[in-house]
Write a new protein. Sequence first.
Length: 440
Amino acid sequence: MADQLRFCVQGGLVVGGLARLPDDPCEYFPGNTGFLTGCNNLKCPHCGETVRSGPPGLIGDDEVWRHAPGLFELSDWASAGYLEQKTPSAGRLYACKCRAWVERTEHALADPDPDPMMGPDLPWRCSGHPRPDLPVEFEGFHLESPNQAAGLVEHLLGGTPPRDFGDAHYRGPVHWLIWTAEYLGNQDSTRELCRHLAEQLDPDNDPALTGRIISFFSAIPTAPFVDRVLVYAEADPAQLCVGYAVPERSFSPSFVDVVEAILARREAEPAKVENTLGRNASALLRKALLVPDRVFSRAEFGRPTALIEEEDRLRSSGSSAQNDEILTKFAATLVEERASLEHRFLKYPSGAKLLDGRDIKWLSDNIVAMEQAAKGRWESVLTCLRYHAAWDPETEHLLVLAVGRLIESSLVSKEAIRDWVSSTGRVHDAWLLPVNGLLE
């Protein structure tokens, strides 16, 4: 049915001979699975035809586009004298009635950052993929009923992928779970799969299982039962940034990833995030920002894969004090990127934009409490408020009020605030006049 069609992100991918181009019409590229999947249902708006693709390595020269009309009509491309079978790495040929293209790597057809020298300038776009009906055959598992979804989860966690994805780099339960949920789409089986994952959260879990559950709901932040993940994390906001290493992930997931993913989806596609879900994610972040720094945990269960790989790389070059220092700094950077709420939500525009008007007002109202929780946090809060003042001048008063509260609290000196104002480099912003008045 048309209302059940799913569409590949960025218009779909054209892929070379080494990448996956599935035969299953239900399989598509949602962009969050870790698998680069070519679109098997591309359509040309000019000639109106569904784009054909050839086997890996059967390609022509750079002038193959001249043969597009005849190539499209030719039933057996291997019989075309102007095509040659090479190794799969040589690429893959695509053609409609009016165009032909040899793809050697992979490219998004609606790439937001196209490469004018190497990227294709093609009108083809994904024309949709139906949702599969039950029963569905996975590798080693026959799904007939939503009641079997829990068994499917355990099957995937046990080490069996749902498909032969080829590239071993992406083989791991996190990616398989995400792929399966996206493949099944919005149906009861997916709901039961998500329910089972959310119900597995337990303090006594193997940390890798917790990390995989976090990774799943971070990749699909509007999945059913994601609210249960927030409720679980809310029981102890001091643990929000604790890392849970997962072998198939470079960096250790933490529950703050789910919060960040929900807020990012709310910012990008507000219609797809229920008001309650967005508010609950914001509420959890606020609670974490008020946790005293001395009890806020930055712990990590296991060692992140990125750190292990960096250690192996440095070890291969020999042991030295310099390598030890590099590894120590790298480990500290990983902790900062995972466990610093300032880094993720306040200090930089990419994080600050995830906060909405209610969040910004709360930051202004509670800047003193946040500074009491973590000394020095006031600078990041003011920076976040400054970003929002630039994006929406009607919020400038919140920055002024926050400065007034800081001065009244005596937690931060006027001199320190003057230094912050000077560091912004702003000279014409409307908030400067009242702030400088407060600092006199």
